[in-house]
Design a protein. Structure first.
Length: 162
């Protein structure tokens, strides 16, 4: 994957569980929409995330989409992330919001979320997936255990094939 656009959720949760540094290892270029930057800087965002975005790493680019229209039921971050993914012809959009994922896919954008990033890192042996999932369960992140189990099974299968 070359160019990845990230929405608020995946960045927030990867910072919270200490795995945001997987992004530059997995992807060549990671771009945040300016609305996502604003959301990550919000006073209601966990302090560790606010500190992280206040001094963003060099591998992270923050850009404003040239033009986008609001989409009913989606926040500004999701809307601008979709617009930027289309504008820059991104290879992948990182997004957890179900409505946003559905909207992005309606434009033909490839989408994965926080668990997908962790699953990819697990398959490559970059992270202990069981530990990462235990950490994420201690946040406000909510996803069915069955989805996590699927990623754990894929990781296990990938290791057996090596």
């Amino acid at each position: 994957m070359k160019l990845v656009i990230a929405d608020t959720g995946p960045i927030n949760y990867l910072v919270l569980i200490g795995h945001v540094e997987l992004l530059p290892i997995l992807f060549e270029k990671v771009t945040l929409p300016s609305a996502v930057n604003d959301e990550l800087s919000n006073p209601e965002t966990p302090s560790v995330v606010r500190r992280w975005i206040a001094a963003p790493p060099q591998w992270l680019e923050i850009r404003h989409a040239r033009e986008f229209k609001t989409v009913s039921g989606l926040g500004l971050g999701e809307t601008e992330a979709i617009a930027l993914a289309l504008e820059l012809r991104a290879d992948l959009l990182l997004m957890d919001d179900r409505r946003g994922v559905k909207e992005a896919r309606s434009y033909g954008i490839e989408v994965t979320g926080t668990l997908g990033v962790l699953g990819l890192a697990g398959k490559r042996g970059l992270v202990n997936l069981v530990e990462a999932f235990e950490r994420i369960k201690n946040t406000s992140f909510r996803y069915p255990q069955t989805v996590m189990d699927e990623f754990l099974n894929e990781e296990s299968d990938a290791r057996r094939e090596e």
